[in-house]
Ligand binder design. Structure first.
Ligand SMILES: [Zn+2]
Length: 289
């Protein structure tokens, strides 16, 4: 079965990603990420395929100490030109600021799917200062349904100081699940630190999934506990592998090792691990398995 990392960022420094923001967001990590760097990272991690996202947070992201450096923008066309260098290994994820112009955003989804063959929409409510269930976003969700396009929604905290915490809670996805029953939603980061709330929405809504991108910072113990809780609800087969350019699959192997020590058996069996590492993402994003 194919292995897929569903959460990889792309951007050149400093033209698309100013240095102050990269330091605030990722602390020790700094530097451009292009297609070549992504492929090197995938090869190191032993993962075959990556879903790659740019983004636009110019409207909302700045630092008063760097008033002229607000150009946090990696356009979809740049993503398309980079992934085109590795057509069998990289697939595009739509990244934009929907509140700059909702009607443009709806058209941009259609353009990215039909002309650029992108496979996923990424929304980052806290970075753009809206709640995921803000009715202004409904036309986007309707367009995703029409195009059979899954949407990944950032939940949980971020180091970006100007991102309001009130828009980070997984419970804000519940109305989307109730009103757009067929929409495939991937709850990014499982809402950390509101993990139980994340588990609840993923377990409740049949077309909700989740990923733990960036959780290597918190360690395998929390992954083990969260997978165990998802399993308690019968939702442990709804987890995708996303790295946020930092995790490796060792995080999940270590979680399984902890499970064997504590419970006498792994929390994910071989088939479930294969689904997590790519099988489910392949099905949702129409990537050859
Ligand atoms: Zn990310």
């Amino acid at each position: 079965m194919v292995t897929i990392d569903c959460h990889i960022h792309l951007g050149l420094m400093p033209s698309q990603v100013p240095e102050w923001w990269l330091k605030e967001q990722f602390q020790g990590w700094a530097g451009s990420i292009d297609a070549e760097a992504i492929i090197a990272g995938l090869d190191d991690a032993g993962i075959e395929v990556g879903l790659v996202q740019g983004g636009d947070i110019r409207r909302t992201t700045w630092d008063p100490r760097h008033p002229d450096e607000r150009n946090v923008l990696t356009p979809n066309d740049f993503t398309a030109s980079e992934i085109a260098k590795y057509p069998d290994r990289l697939y595009g994820v739509i990244g934009f600021d929907p509140l700059r112009d909702i009607r443009w955003a709806v058209d941009e989804i259609e353009r990215c799917v039909e002309e650029l063959d992108f496979r996923l929409l990424k929304l980052i409510p806290t970075y753009h200062h809206y709640a995921a269930d803000d009715p202004r976003l409904d036309p986007l969700y309707e367009k995703c349904l029409e195009l059979d396009l899954p949407v990944m929604i950032h939940t949980g905290w971020t180091r970006t100081i100007n991102a309001p915490m009130e828009y980070q809670r997984p419970v804000q996805l519940d109305r989307i699940g109730r009103e757009f029953r067929d929409l495939v939603v991937i709850v990014a980061h499982l809402g950390h630190p509101w993990v139980d709330e994340g588990i609840a929405v993923v377990a409740k809504h049949p077309n909700f999934y989740c990923e733990f991108a960036g959780w290597s910072a918190y360690g395998p113990e929390l992954v083990y506990e969260s997978l165990s809780k998802l399993k308690m609800y019968g939702a442990h087969r709804k987890v995708l592998y996303g790295s946020d350019n930092s995790d490796t699959k060792a995080l999940y192997e270590d979680a399984n090792r902890i499970a064997v020590e504590r419970d006498g058996e792994p929390v994910l069996d071989d088939e479930e691990m294969a689904l997590l590492l790519g099988g489910t993402a392949a099905r949702l994003c129409r990537i050859p398995a």
